[in-house]
Structure formats: C-alpha cells, structure tokens
Design a protein around this ligand. Structure first.
Ligand code: CA
Length: 529
C-alpha cells in the first residue's frame, strides 16, 4: 500500500495525462482552460443545498454541481483558515509548507500553483480574502482585504497599496472587482486564473442589509447533538467553542444598551479582558456603518436586543442562540450565493463558460450546532470536510458525483494538469482529473492524514491532535499534554461521532490497523514528529 500510494503521488499526473482518454473527456479542449477558483471562508457542506437542503437554498452554488461534479468526500489537512490557504496554494501539508497555525508566518518564497500558472503564461489574479499576511507572489492583479476584513465598508490592498476604506458590502464589492478583472482578463488574449476568495461566511456573520428583512423569523432544525455532553471525549469537553458561550455582542448582535456585561467567552478564555475588547469592536463596527446601512440594521438590532432580554437565563436561551447564529450565518451565505450567481451569469454572457474550470470550495467546514458548537479545528466530520464542486463543461459530465477521498492539497495539481503542467516532486496533492473524467484510478488513496497544531493557549482551546480517516473509520490521537489519548469512531454506525470506541474490543482490529496506517502515512508524507 505504501509503495502504491507513493507511486501514485509521484506518477499521478502521468497516469492521468498519458493513460487512455477518460470516458467523459470526449471533446478535448483545444486551448488551455481558464480557471475561476471560488473559495468561501468557513462554509460548511450542510449550508449548500447541493449537499443538503435541510437548512437553506443556494441555487447559484448548486449550479456548479448540477453542471459539473460534486465531491461527497472532500477534506482539509488542517482545519483552520490561513494554514488551509497555505496548503491549497502550495499543494503541501502544513508540516512541509510551514504554515502550521494562524499565528506562524507563511514563507512567501515557496512554490505555489498560481505562480506556476503565471510563469506558464496565464494572467493571474487574487480578489478578496488572502489572510497570509505577506503580499502574495504570482499575481498580475491582487486586490485583497486587510487581514480578516470587515463585512461592511472594507479596506483593500491593491497590488501593494493600502486604499481608503470603501463604502458597501464586502461580498458584493469583492464580486464587483472580480467582474472587473474577469472583463480585463477576457480581453487580454491569455488564459486566466482567478482566485475569487470571499470573507463570508466567516465570523461574525453580518448579512447584507438587503437580506435582513424576515431573517429573524426564520427557524432552523436543531441538530440532535446540539446539547452534546461530550462523554468519552475530553478534548471536546474542554474546547471553548460552544454556542452556549458565544459572545452575546459580537456573535449574537446584542448592543450594549440591552446587555452591558456580555457573559460570553467566545473562544477567548485564554485572553483576559477579551470579551470586553470584542464587544467594543462590535459596537465600533455598528458605529462605522453609513447612515443608510445603520437605518437598515437598527430595527433588526432593536428586536435582537429585546429578544435577548426576554430569553436570557431561561431554558430557551440555547435554542434562541442557535437560531440567532444560523440566521446570521446563512444570511451571510445568501449573499455569497447571489454574488457567485452574478459571476456565473457573466461567464455565460461572455461565452466563457465552456472553457472555464469553475471550482467552489471553502478553506474548511464549520460546525452549525453539531456538538453544540460553532467554529472548526477538530478532525470531527463537520470541520474536517469542506465543500468541493467543480464545473468544466469541456471535460466534466454535468450532474455527476464522486465519493473518493479527496483533499484541498489536490486542487493545485488538478489545475496544473488541465493546463498541461507538472508540479514539482515535493507537491503532495494529486490531480483529480481522472476522477473528474469519471474514472477513479484503482490505486486511489484509501485513507487520509490530518493534523491540527495551534496552541491550546489561543482561540477556542482545542487540544492538538492528528489522525487518520478511511472510508468508514476515524482514529484521532490527541497529543496535547493533559489530553493525551485516542478516539475511534465508526462513521457508518455513528456519523455524528458521539461514541468513542477506542476501548471497544469489537473494534480492536480496526484500532490496530489504523494505528499502523497513521504511522505509515506519517512516514510517507515526511511528517517530522
Ligand atoms: Ca476559514
């Protein structure tokens, strides 16, 4: 297995470019494809109706799956924002690209797939959220948010120059700039590759003013484990990411006049005074809205404040918090869906749809109340998974699905493959091109490695861990001092990962096998410790 996997890693691109023509690739594109790589931030699979229509409708995002392929088993290698972006750009796991957590620096001198495409003659651009602190290399046009960015009236950096704050809603502004750049690219005579990367629906989930009406009347089904008590899962019990402890100000949007002493920890238990600092940050965000934006928000905020005062301390509080969270999260998704629709319409109108690869993904998944949580980080399914839909009419059959284990580090290799390029040997991702053509190689990976590194003494207090997942089982090893130990889940019988069966004799053979696979994968992937 080890040999076969290594061989696949090193020869994967040859396998799919030199093998027989895949079934669905009847019409080979005569020119190199354009690439539109759309990424949202913290967008859970369950918040896209192509995956599940239980919570919301996303007709524009669904178009990408309906007209292309939806990946059911798409995962990240390290479920946190900046490290995931680094993994995507470099095609390598965190231990090799160096960006192991949100606190460490990204090494800007290393190979990335956009720079390789630029060197090969593509016009390249990055519009939206970058979040790697250094100015990115390899882009002809870069218009990025400063840091995490704001939902309203954001400040952009344009090719190194920090601009004055702009007026408007960030998801829409990013899209306006993406459309401008697409028009420039389309008239330039080169193939183009755009990273169109949204801030939304990252915390603190502020929907557009046009989406506030009716939002507070929406109701969503609670997940069965909203009131999880974390039996047999010590690290989960210790984490500070429960909806029950969200910031009442910043997250739930209760102004100071309705709640002067926010009782939430919001993931900031390590940070003395953090709750107050974040509350003041939220009040300032409201202060800096334009008069028109403020007028739209005021009745919304007044009703939220009143509802909080009515529900605070009652048995209905957690249920109310959950609804408030999902209202804002899904309200923020609504604008992403609308704006992606604008871009897809443009590709149609400009005659670019046929020869443009459109990817939709997120930097990771997110908890929408499962285990009582918001946020990500853990190797549990909701944040280990990430959405992935790819449309490329010239080579991908519409309305298809794939169940193979795929990773965010595979995307760069996939795009290079379609552009006729080969990534350097150190790249660990494998091209998805054969999967997109409808034929999975016999030796495709059967399990995946995961690792979360961030210090315990930082946001959300999540113990360090690593693990391995195959089609049915998941083994997690917690390495944080005080939390050392293992968890083992049968995802077929227990998809919500409530029952840690590490000591169950019935799964002894599975445990032994996965412990060995974890060791083997670490060796194959050059994990140093
Ligand atoms: Ca993220």
């Amino acid at each position: 297995m080890l040999f076969r996997f290594s061989l696949l890693c090193s020869l994967g691109l040859l396998v799919c470019t030199c093998g027989r023509a895949p079934e669905n690739e009847a019409v080979a594109p005569s020119v190199r494809p354009n690439i539109l790589f759309i990424m949202a931030d913290d967008h859970a699979q369950r918040a896209i109706s192509a995956y599940s229509d239980e919570l919301t409708q996303t007709p524009n995002l669904d178009r990408i799956a309906n007209e292309g392929m939806l990946f059911r088993n798409s995962f990240v290698t390290n479920s946190i924002c900046a490290p995931s972006r680094a993994a995507i750009l470099t095609g390598k796991y965190s231990h090799l690209n160096g960006k192991i957590d949100n606190l460490s620096a990204f090494r800007p001198d290393q190979w990335t797939f956009p720079e390789a495409l630029q060197a090969a003659g593509y016009r390249t651009s990055l519009i939206g959220k970058h979040h790697l602190k250094t100015l990115p290399r390899g882009f002809d046009e870069f218009r990025g948010l400063v840091g995490q960015g704001d939902y309203y009236n954001p400040t952009f950096v344009h090719n190194g120059d920090t601009l004055a704050p702009e007026t408007g809603y960030t998801t829409t502004l990013i899209t306006d700039y993406a459309l401008e750049e697409l028009q420039r690219s389309a008239s330039g005579g080169q193939p183009f590759m755009m990273l169109y990367w949204h801030k939304a629906p990252h915390r603190n989930w502020m929907p557009d003013t046009s989406d506030l009406a009716g939002l507070l009347d929406k109701r969503y089904p609670e997940p069965a484990n909203l009131r999880d008590e974390y039996q047999g899962r010590a690290a989960a019990a210790h984490a500070d990411m429960r909806i029950a402890n969200m910031f009442v100000s910043q997250d739930l949007k209760v102004l100071e006049q309705y709640e002067p002493n926010d009782p939430g920890t919001g993931g900031a238990t390590f940070w003395p005074g953090g709750t107050r600092i974040m509350a003041e940050y939220f009040y300032r965000e409201i202060e800096r809205l334009t008069p028109a934006q403020r007028a739209a928000w005021e009745p919304f905020l007044a009703r939220v404040g009143q509802e909080w005062q009515d529900v605070k301390g009652t048995s209905d509080e957690l249920g109310w918090r959950y609804q408030r969270y999902l209202q804002d999260y899904l309200g923020s998704v609504k604008s992403v869906d609308d704006n992606v629709g604008r871009v897809l319409d443009y590709l149609d109108a400009a005659g670019l749809a046929e020869n443009t690869i459109v990817i939709y993904t997120s930097d990771q998944g997110f908890y929408l109340g499962e285990h009582g949580w918001y946020d990500k980080r853990f190797m549990y399914e909701e944040s280990h998974r990430t959405p992935l839909m790819i449309r490329y009419p010239a080579a991908v059959k519409a309305g298809t699905e794939n169940d193979d284990l795929v990773l965010n580090i595979d995307l760069g290799s996939t795009l290079l493959d379609y552009a006729g390029l080969t990534p350097p040997a150190e790249v660990q991702g494998v091209s998805l091109r054969p999967l997109l053509a409808g034929s999975t190689p016999a030796d495709w990976r059967e399990d995946i490695y995961y690792r979360y590194y961030q210090e315990m003494a930082s946001f959300h207090r999540v113990a360090r861990h690593e693990g391995v997942r195959d089609e049915r089982y998941k083994l997690i090893q917690f390495t944080e001092p005080g939390f050392e130990g293992y968890e083992l889940f049968d995802l077929l019988e227990d998809p919500s990962e409530m029952n840690n069966r590490i000591d169950d004799p019935e799964l002894e053979a599975v445990k032994t096998r996965l412990l060995q696979r974890l060791a083997d994968l670490k060796e194959e992937l050059n994990v140093p410790d």
